[in-house]
Design a protein around this ligand. Structure first.
Ligand code: BYC
Length: 332
């Protein structure tokens, strides 16, 4: 079905691109369009490296949304009230939708969704490190909404102005939903901080475990980020990893203090001269270990995704049979 069509279209595009990709005039024209802040659309000419960078980033982003449903889904049956359960159900469903918009955006670059999903299941594709940490208590759900979605929005708002049209448009819708996610998470944390001593302890414990992994979501420091310079030249990324991380820290530290949470960083201080909060060192060894597959939940997350995919095979087969039947009816 769509897979076969896309793959053959992709082959044609590859052949066409092979002739023009090194053409300096085309490259200069392309960069001039980017510099004029024009959107690049799927049928426009683009350098092969631009296309590959987008497929890499958009597919990693899509996988993150899909794997990201697992830590929160873990608490749907145990939400403390019916209202919280409704909110959590809606949020997890939103994440599935984000994954689907993003896979669709990636497909406009001539790659099939099946191929991307296979890469994830074969362990060849990355997804955000943050989702390899466990959700041990209900407070972790508040912390994810507040910190993880908060970090995600900080990173994603500039992506609404990304140079590739389909990605930018997907991000606009996603950011509206993420904004609700962040607020409900902060409200859940604030409610716990107004509660019993045990609830406050639970909220602080969640803060202690999620703070540093949330800072790692922005990617490695600029000094070692291999893709940032080129991605910024192409306006895929508008700000560097460190700039966005700092923006998140500056917004989030006062929010923590406002509800009585401590930031788990003895070196945290406000620099009066720069107007920024400064943190202690981030444990980049931990980050790279989680990227390499050694996080607390990497194995469980992939196992859960593969099982879900296998168990859902009958749904894909039924959908394909239904689509073939409809196509047959239309043709008759
Ligand atoms: N985790 O050169 P760099 C969500 C990799 S989901 C794992 O700086 P780049 C949500 C990077 O891929 C949020 N790997 O790369 C869902 C690269 O490796 P490769 C997801 C990471 O691309 C459910 C290498 O490190 N958001 O919102 O310029 C519930 C060098 O990095 C990570 C997105 O995906 C990481 N954290 O910048 C709640 C946003 N960081 O590919 C919430 C879109 C880096 O060479 N993505 N790596 O093998 C981006 O903005 C950029 O891709 C990044 C990295 C800032 C993440």
């Amino acid at each position: 079905m769509y897979t076969t069509d896309l793959r053959s279209a992709e082959e044609k595009r590859k052949a066409a691109r092979a002739k023009v990709v090194e053409d300096p005039e085309k490259l200069a024209e392309f960069q001039a369009r980017i510099d004029r802040d024009e959107f690049i659309e799927p049928k426009d000419w683009m350098p092969e490296a631009y296309r590959r960078t987008l497929i890499r980033q958009i597919s990693q982003h899509a996988h993150s949304e899909i794997v990201g449903m697992l830590p929160e889904g873990n608490w749907i049956t145990r939400a403390p009230t019916f209202r919280r359960k409704l909110i959590l159900l809606a949020k997890v469903q939103d994440e599935a939708g984000h994954g689907l918009y993003l896979y669709s955006a990636a497909e406009t670059l001539g790659v099939a969704r099946d191929e991307l999903v296979d890469q994830l299941h074969e362990g060849k594709a990355k997804y955000s490190t943050i989702f390899n940490y466990p959700t041990l208590t209900w407070a972790d759900i508040g912390a994810i909404g507040w910190l993880v979605d908060g970090a995600a929005i900080t990173n994603q708002i500039p992506l609404c102005r990304c140079s590739y049209g389909p990605y930018a448009r997907a991000m606009q819708r996603i950011c509206k939903e993420e904004s609700f996610h962040q607020r409900q998470g902060y409200e859940a944390m604030a409610a716990l901080m107004r509660g019993s001593k045990e609830q406050r302890r639970m909220a602080q414990d969640a803060m202690n475990r999620w703070w540093w992994p949330a800072l790692m979501m922005f990617g490695p420091p600029d000094s070692v980020s291999i893709h940032s310079a080129q991605s910024m030249k192409w306006k895929i990324k508008r700000y560097s990893n460190d700039e966005l991380r700092q923006r998140f820290i500056d917004a989030t530290v006062p929010q923590a203090h406002a509800i009585g949470l401590e930031v788990p960083d003895p070196e945290l201080k406000f620099n009066e001269e720069t107007g920024h909060w400064e943190t202690g060192p981030i444990d980049w060894d931990e980050f790279w270990a989680v990227v390499a597959g050694d996080g607390p939940c990497n194995y469980d997350r992939m196992d859960a995704r593969r099982s879900a995919h296998d168990e859902g095979a009958w749904v894909r087969e039924a959908a394909a049979a239904h689509a073939a039947k409809r196509a047959g009816t239309r043709a008759a």
